[in-house]
Design a protein around this ligand. Structure first.
Ligand SMILES: [Ca+2]
Length: 239
């Protein structure tokens, strides 16, 4: 089992890579709810149907990028320091309303994230045409019918990944370039509030493949059947 040094800035317990092997992967369907759907209308499925499946990857993202840099920047070679670079001010609070430097723009579409083999990979290479030496931000909202303490985030990335939940950094990986796969890293003790929770991801690519994976479970690795909000920029006053 490969073990990675994981960096936490929030005092969380981060376990090693490759802990979980949960079978095939897949895609969330889009358009399940609209922003006007009452939370009371959202129900968990029966407990015996909450096994984590390939249907539980978060795929409905707003993307902001690519923020490119040179091959010799950030010390060259593995360029780990790029993961710490704040390419947008207040990166933890990105929500689709911020104005990026031209020609960078927000992109919203679930379809372009579908990989050819149908797994839960967010295929940044497809969106950005195999750009190397670049960073992207991805923002998603997941809706919980009630507060969930001790939730877990399962992520994978090619190459480096930072994750914020409701404005708090919960995970950062920048050890070495790697090939992305589902569930490479486990992030524990995530608190999800009732209603929409905003997840911000920064994924940095050095060279070659560029992608990430993200899904949520409860403390027992049962799927949290969160509902995505359509990936559209926030209106004024939204989080
Ligand atoms: Ca790469």
């Amino acid at each position: 089992m490969m073990t990675c040094r994981l960096i936490t800035r929030a005092g969380r317990v981060l376990l090693a890579a490759g802990l979980l092997a949960m079978g095939g992967c897949g895609l969330l369907t889009s358009g399940e709810i609209t922003p006007t759907t009452a939370i009371s209308d959202l129900e968990f499925p029966p407990a015996d149907t909450q096994e984590l499946t390939d249907q539980h990857f978060v795929m409905n993202w707003l993307l902001l990028g690519p923020f490119t840099f040179g091959p010799e920047d950030f010390g060259g070679a593995q360029q780990q320091a790029a993961a710490d670079k704040e390419f947008m001010p207040d990166e933890a609070c990105l929500n689709g309303t911020q104005t990026p430097p031209a020609p960078i723009a927000w992109a919203e579409s679930q379809q372009i994230f579908t990989s050819p083999n149908g797994d839960g990979r967010v295929v940044l290479d497809k969106v950005y045409r195999n750009t190397d030496h670049a960073a992207v931000y991805a923002v998603a909202w997941v809706n919980c019918p009630h507060e969930i303490a001790d939730a877990k985030l399962l992520v994978g990335s090619d190459d480096y990944l930072t994750v914020w939940v409701n404005g708090e950094m919960v995970f950062s990986y920048n050890v070495r370039r790697r090939v992305g796969a589902p569930d490479q890293d486990l992030i524990e003790r995530i608190t999800l509030k009732k209603g929409y929770n905003r997840i911000v991801v920064k994924c940095v690519d050095v060279i070659r493949g560029w992608n990430f994976y993200l899904r949520l479970t409860d403390k027992d690795f049962k799927a949290i059947p969160v509902k995505p909000r359509p990936a559209a920029p926030c209106q004024s006053g939204e989080s």
